[in-house]
Design a protein around this ligand. Structure first.
Ligand code: ADP
Ligand code: MG
Ligand code: MG
Length: 199
């Protein structure tokens, strides 16, 4: 699997469109097991990212692109998810520094670093019904070169049945079982958009 700077830029524009399309669904899920702002938060952040990516068509490398996206998300998203997504992209920036193209195990390692960044920032682990439940199997599938979209489908189905034990959703306890975590859904939309451009 290979990712170039232009492919990553395209994937992020696709993600912005997907998140916009799912804005109400994300907000409705967050209304059930949160405070009802996840769609709004993601829309605000990724609309700002889209604007920047449309204004600047060329990036020096994957690192420069990731850094700009991370900073924009931290500045605009707010909530718990802003710093978490922001940290993921800041970690990408470190892993992708000076590279215009990344592939194979190096690409998998970058996604592991991004996931570790989210876990560290959120003091969270796999299995707590958060976005980490999506990012973890995703980087493992990259490492093992298994089917990425099938992995995302399975990860979404699995996390839906868990009890939330982290973040705002944890206040809802057992009522979270059977409800999709909004951050898990937004992460799957972002990662699916990236899968589409991998060659
Ligand atoms: P807030 O909860 O502050 O309103 P959002 O609604 O934008 O923020 O984001 C909520 C999502 O963030 C959750 O659905 C979950 O996936 C993710 N999340 C929240 N707290 C954590 C955490 N500590 N670690 C990992 N992910 C988290
Ligand atoms: Mg919320
Ligand atoms: Mg909030």
């Amino acid at each position: 699997m290979k990712l170039s700077t232009e492919e990553f830029r395209k994937a992020l524009l696709k993600a912005a469109a997907e998140l916009e399309q799912h804005k109400d669904e994300l907000t409705d899920l967050d209304r059930e097991i949160g405070d009802g702002d996840h769609g709004i938060n993601m829309s605000r952040g990724f609309q700002a990212v889209q604007k920047e990516l449309e204004a600047q068509e060329e990036y020096e490398d994957l690192g420069a692109l990731s850094k700009q996206v991370g900073m924009t998300l931290i500045k605009t998203v707010g909530g718990a998810s802003g710093p978490l997504y922001g940290t993921a992209f800041v970690k990408f920036a470190g892993a992708f520094k000076g590279k215009t193209e990344v592939e194979g195990q190096e690409l998998a390692a970058a996604f592991k670093e991004a996931t570790d960044g989210i876990k560290m920032r959120g003091k969270s682990e796999f299995g707590q019904k958060t976005m980490v439940d999506i990012w973890t199997p995703f980087y493992e599938a990259l490492e093992q070169e298994s089917d990425l979209n099938a992995t995302l489908d399975q990860a979404l189905a699995d996390t839906k049945e868990r009890v939330a034990t982290k973040g705002r959703a944890s206040y809802f306890g057992d009522a979270t079982v059977g409800v999709q975590d909004p951050g898990a859904l937004s992460s799957s939309l972002l990662l699916r958009s990236i899968v589409e451009v991998l060659s």
